[in-house]
Design a protein around this ligand. Structure first.
Ligand SMILES: *Cc1c(COP(=O)(O)O)cnc(C)c1O
Length: 361
């Protein structure tokens, strides 16, 4: 496979320092985008070509663009953090690059070489490094994605694709202190089934999840918890986060059954928890076990993890059949300890024992 080098064609019209400062003072999540974007084309027979960093701008899309009709589109999400020493680094970006290849394979799309993925992210972060917030839990959220650009409405894999990376400054997820979430068990709608696309970060998975999230909101819950498609009994994940169950000093997370998304944060928590001396395992947990474990005190904490919010405590569970609370409904001690350990690693405040940080500038 060819690995094109990225040609830099920077903007002559940057956002002013004053405007950028105003945005960085209160960035929110996914609302503002930086000055540039990276684009790399793929054409059947030619492979990857025309890799460029260009000014951020709208695209012109043909009405018969195949993605608009059949959703051959995948994405990734990772963050660049300002390090304690002022440099900028991403967290385990090779894992995102490899997962992007797995998503592409499942969706009959071309696989982007890992080096090209990394080079694209690095080029954008380098060019727009002024957009990386100065401190702590704030970050520059990076959104690599790829979609079909062929024009036509025949149902088959497209012969042309565009890979892009855009970047958006992100505030601290819990700006007013970590707040546990309430979750709704989705028993009517499922996210993913065996043999389906649940393991891929494919756009369609998120389109089909929105109705369940709306149902969760209607029941006064922050997030939706997905159950397995067949028995609607085994717990899979929460929204776009993986789940962990804490039994005293033992942690368990649902195993990668084929329908779960294999989170980079999930993998990192498994390893950090083991480093801290906790027993960790991957397995299965049913809704009944979850409820009973909380009622008899064997389950002491539950948390969710993912790139966007890092680690989120889960406090209350609601379903058609009633609800229950985890512990006293407060963020758990182990949850908060892991959250701190992970964030210290990502922000360069703690030693990088695993070689997970990828320094860019
Ligand atoms: C992205 C995502 C996650 C979390 O993955 P990270 O790599 O940890 O960000 C979990 N579940 C779903 C459904 C996701 O889309």
């Amino acid at each position: 496979m060819t690995t094109p080098t990225i040609e830099l064609k920077p903007s002559a019209n940057l956002v002013t320092d004053a405007e950028r400062d105003r945005i960085l003072a209160k960035p929110g999540f996914g609302r503002y985008f930086t000055d540039h974007m990276v684009t790399v084309k793929w054409t059947e027979g030619l492979g990857w070509h025309d890799a460029e960093l260009v000014p951020y701008a709208p695209l012109s899309i043909d009405p018969a663009n195949m993605t608009l009709h059949y959703a051959q589109t995948i994405f990734e999400g990772l963050k660049a953090y300002r390090q304690a020493d002022g440099s900028v680094a991403t967290f385990r970006p090779e894992e995102n690059a490899r997962r992007f290849q797995r998503s592409a394979r499942r969706m009959a799309m071309p696989e982007l070489p890992v080096e090209t993925f990394l080079a694209a992210v690095d080029a954008l972060v380098t060019q727009d490094s002024a957009w990386v917030p100065p401190t702590g839990e704030e970050s520059l959220y990076l959104r690599p994605f790829m979609f079909a650009t062929e024009v036509g409405v025949g149902v088959r894999p497209a012969n042309e694709f565009l890979f892009m990376v855009i970047a958006s400054p992100a505030g601290a997820y819990f700006s007013g202190g970590v707040k546990p979430v309430s979750v709704w068990l989705s028993e009517e709608y499922v996210r993913a089934a065996p043999g389906g696309t649940g393991e891929a970060k494919a756009g369609g998975n998120y389109a089909s999840s929105l109705i369940a999230q709306a149902e969760a909101t209607k029941h006064g819950c922050d997030q939706v918890v997905w159950l397995d498609a067949i028995e609607r009994r085994w717990v899979e994940e929460m929204g776009t986060n993986n789940l962990f169950f804490v039994y005293g000093d033992r942690l368990m997370t649902p195993e990668l059954s084929g329908s779960l998304l294999a989170g980079v944060t999930r993998d990192s928590v498994l390893r950090i928890a083991a480093d801290l001396g906790y027993e960790v395992s991957e397995g299965r947990i049913s809704v009944e076990e979850w409820r009973r474990g909380c009622q008899d005190g064997t389950i002491t904490e539950v948390f969710a993890c993912g790139t966007a919010a890092v680690i989120t405590p889960v406090a209350t569970i609601r379903s058609v059949g009633g609800g229950w609370t985890v512990g006293g409904g407060e963020p758990g001690e182990i949850t908060m300890k892991l959250r701190k350990a992970l964030l210290e690693l990502q922000t360069g405040a703690a030693a990088d024992a695993h070689g997970w940080m990828h320094r860019i500038v």
